[in-house]
Design a protein around this ligand. Sequence first.
Ligand SMILES: *Cc1c(COP(=O)(O)O)cnc(C)c1O
Length: 485
Amino acid sequence: MTNNNLNSTLKLSKKEMQQYGYKIIDHIVEHFENQDSKKPVTIASRMEMDALLAEQIPDQPTPANEVLDYVMDRVIPYCNIVSHPKSYSFVPGPSNYISAMADTIATGFNIFSGGWAASPAAAELEIITMNWLLDIFGFPVKKGGGIFTSGGSIANLTALATARRIRCGNDFSKAVIYLSDQAHSSNIKAIKILGFKKEQIRIILTDINFKMSLSKLKNAISIDRSEGLQPFCVIASAGTTNTGSVDPLDNIATICKREHLWLHVDAAYGGAAILSNKGNTLLKGIERADSLTVDPHKWFFQPYEIGCLLVKDHKWLNRTFSEKPEYLRDIEGNESEINFYDHGIQLTRRFRALKFYMSIKTFGLNSFKKAIQYNIDLAKKTENLLRNRCDWEITSPATLAIINFRYNPKEIYLSEKELDQINQNISNKIVTSREALLVTTILNGQITLRMCLINPRTTIKDIQETIEKCEVYGKEELTVVQQSC
Ligand SMILES: *Cc1c(COP(=O)(O)O)cnc(C)c1O
């Protein structure tokens, strides 16, 4: 493609496409090979980014390789490496190469995953992989259903829209929804998007283990009933993002059944743990949910974006989302031939099922099980490592690969304010060093460090190195605190 030669068909020659594509593959492979030796953290201000990248929309062509080099130089290096072994914060995105390539196929062929008629095999693969997930979570495979979404946020929104449609019909003015103070913020976001008022939301406090208090839930429901309101839905967390804690699912399911409430389980983070022995026990009762969110782009090692909503009865989705505009008239198949635009919010959808399908098939489910078990064991080992050093306090023990801890040397008395400051500064220092992504969260009002260890390539040695760095920073901070008093 010669410069200044307008190309209104947006085409490249075969040779150009090959060279361009191979170059990109080389970049991606280099990244998979060498990411461990890079720094996972990027820090840049808006001003710096503007200085590096801001430009007017280009009217004239630029050689393809030039644009690619520009992006590889100036864009990619200024994004955190969430698949880095020392990326411990938020929920990391370990990803995998097969799925990255599968996404390339889905995009390369631009497969429309909205309706059966457009891509029967894409719809079929979504049905097949959904059935795998239904089976994994103990949902009925024939009757149940689901849909892949962009992520957990949209899966939760889709679930709550469905719950409201099925349980409240058109009038939800008296409907009340319950969730714990540890529930993920995307749930509140979804509730607000759906038009519920603040008075219709009950935040149920958690117990000392960060699990929803059953007695408080029961109380809230009975007070609402006595006031003539309509309790209709409980959102339980199966793996809170903060601590990995799992609400008492089985007991909540029993309450929901007795009270005729919809049970939505948000297992966006923790759901995958069902493939491990320990997780399977912790998640007992998950199969009793009416709807379930799980995020394959978290602990099923998929690249962004793939979230998933499962429901007990696939007809619920259709009843909630099916609209029939004139121009879709001709393509209604029979009922078994699912049009996924009738199961959720999007009409035009990318082919998300492909990466899930290809990666599970290539590595085998047992590899995933082993990776998840490794992560859970790694968190436990990290807890032991910290307990064996005298400067650390465990603020929430290893649960579903998440652990919270803070620097708190035993022999020195420090006020809560000083501890908060020290731990915040440890995090600031380690992040500023760019060696590891390790940020804080707040538990019981205390600033605490948090690791989410779902990367199967993170080793105990990586963690030990990070903790040792943190100790050095902790000691530095200690002298600052002691000097100031
Ligand atoms: C990450 C997360 C979400 C949101 O999912 P996205 O994929 O980020 O939209 C919802 N709930 C829980 C428990 C999560 O951990």
